[in-house]
Ligand binder design. Structure first.
Ligand code: IMP
Length: 422
């Protein structure tokens, strides 16, 4: 039995979906502990590409329970859409989805507030517009709507009315936006009825199964550098995307977690605003974007691309306590003459290797690079480490040594079998 967590080590979009899908093979439970429909986890099922936003990737596995933990902010409209999408691919969801009683609920009001705030502020975060921030604000303001409220329709209606009148008094929505919210609330109430069947005491499920010695996989969303406490604040999401969110977001103490797998892409990407020291504005950046198909799975926005930032990854490993690493999208680097890896930053005529030292001043750092010769041979689909070109092995070993964490999985393509296990 093991309890394993999978955490994004960069700014999200590291390819967690595929690794969760792989590691969920023998899992009895896959549980999400934070975030909501801002996530986009791409997985392949019977050759079809599926993008999951709120349902844990374990849904594709028979007899695997999927838990949407109390630390999540769940959008019932998007959840119903996602359930229908999954079902349309022939996946059974019977007795597989469990939504924590105390998870918070995203309403159309939150989504409008999210977009409104982004539209009026000069310092845009570049949010996904999924209502994540405003829902967490309500949670911490102790006025949130929780999953257990879906079990009492009248109580839910009252809470929605209070929330709507407060929002209309606070924000200058135009008439068409108000009409849109009111229309969406009708569909929202219907979806809430539907979703209420999944509301459960997930705390007991997790602890009972943990005591039974079952395998539990914990699925992080977004990435460590988007963590509200440890990320590049204010350009972050509103939850603890790092492993620190597990104990609060599931009620499962960290002493129960055996392994923490950090997912790192073989280069770096970022969606939305905020500092990104190794970002490329040249042909190489464009090449990473094109070959890596770096467009947001949730919003379709092009992702900013750059070289692997070892300083950030090392910090990430420390924040999370990574016990191992899964390196993804290695094959995207197949066609480069040279590949750079950031080993330090220059700032004010000094150098540093400590990300936390410059976390609040990242716009002013200049990356220091070690350059590797590109291997210029296809690695797509390679399934053993030995088969990799020597130059690729050098790059991979360097990453592992630099971060001081073993690399145990390497993804060499989007398909389920395009994987190296070490
Ligand atoms: P929010 O989570 O929608 O509030 O967005 C806050 C920031 O996190 C924005 O820069 C988003 O682009 C980013 N973000 C949110 N979710 C994801 C994700 O799943 N992958 C990558 N970036 C994300």
């Amino acid at each position: 039995m093991s309890i394993k967590a999978i955490i994004g080590g960069q700014w999200g979009d590291e390819g967690k979906g595929k690794i969760v899908d792989l590691l969920s093979q023998n899992s009895h439970i896959v549980a999400r502990y934070q975030g909501g429909a801002n996530a986009g986890h791409t997985v392949y099922y019977n050759d079809s590409k599926l993008v999951l936003h709120q349902i844990p990737s374990g849904i594709l596995r028979k007899d695997c329970k999927c838990i949407l933990g109390n630390g999540m902010v769940v959008d019932p409209i998007a959840l119903v859409e996602e359930i229908n999408m999954v079902k349309s691919h022939g996946v059974s969801i019977d007795n597989k989805i469990f939504l924590a009683l105390n998870a918070h609920i995203v309403t159309p009001i939150h989504k409008s507030i999210d977009c409104y705030q982004e539209s009026i502020t000069e310092k845009k975060i570049g949010t996904t517009g999924r209502g994540i921030g405003p829902t967490y604000v309500n949670k911490y303001d102790r006025v949130g709507i929780r999953a257990l409220d879906l079990l009492d329709e009248q109580k839910l209606k009252n809470k929605i009315e209070t929330s709507l009148s407060k929002a209309l008094n606070t924000y200058k929505f135009d008439d068409s936006e108000i009409l849109k919210i009111k229309e969406q609330l009708v569909g929202f109430m219907e979806c809430c009825k539907d979703v209420s069947q999944y509301v459960s005491d997930t705390f007991t499920i997790i602890h009972n199964q943990s005591q039974n010695g079952d395998n539990i996989l914990i699925e992080g969303a977004q990435g460590t550098l988007l963590d509200i406490d440890h990320g590049t604040y204010p350009y972050v999401t509103s939850s603890n995307a790092s492993s620190s969110g597990i104990s609060t977001g599931l009620g499962l103490p960290m002493t129960k977690v055996d392994n923490i797998v950090g997912i790192l892409k073989a280069y770096t990407t970022r969606v939305g605003e905020g500092p990104f020291p190794t970002e490329l504005f040249d042909e190489d950046g464009k090449k990473l974007q094109d070959i890596g198909k770096e467009y947001g799975a949730t919003t379709g926005r092009p992702r900013r691309c750059g070289w692997f930032d070892g300083v950030a990854a090392k910090y990430s490993s420390l924040v999370n306590g990574f016990t191992e690493i899964a390196l993804t999208k290695l094959d995207i680097l197949d066609n480069f003459d040279s590949i750079k890896f950031c080993t330090g930053y220059k700032i004010n005529n000094q150098t540093t290797k400590a990300f936390s030292e410059v976390l609040h001043n990242l716009d002013n750092v200049e990356p220091i690079y070690t350059t590797f010769e590109g291997w210029r041979t296809p690695t797509t689909g390679i399934e053993t480490f030995d088969e990799l070109p020597d130059k690729t092995k050098i790059y991979i070993n360097f990453i592992s040594e630099f971060i001081n964490t073993p690399i145990k999985i390497i993804s060499t393509g989007p398909g389920r079998n395009q994987i190296i296990k070490l």
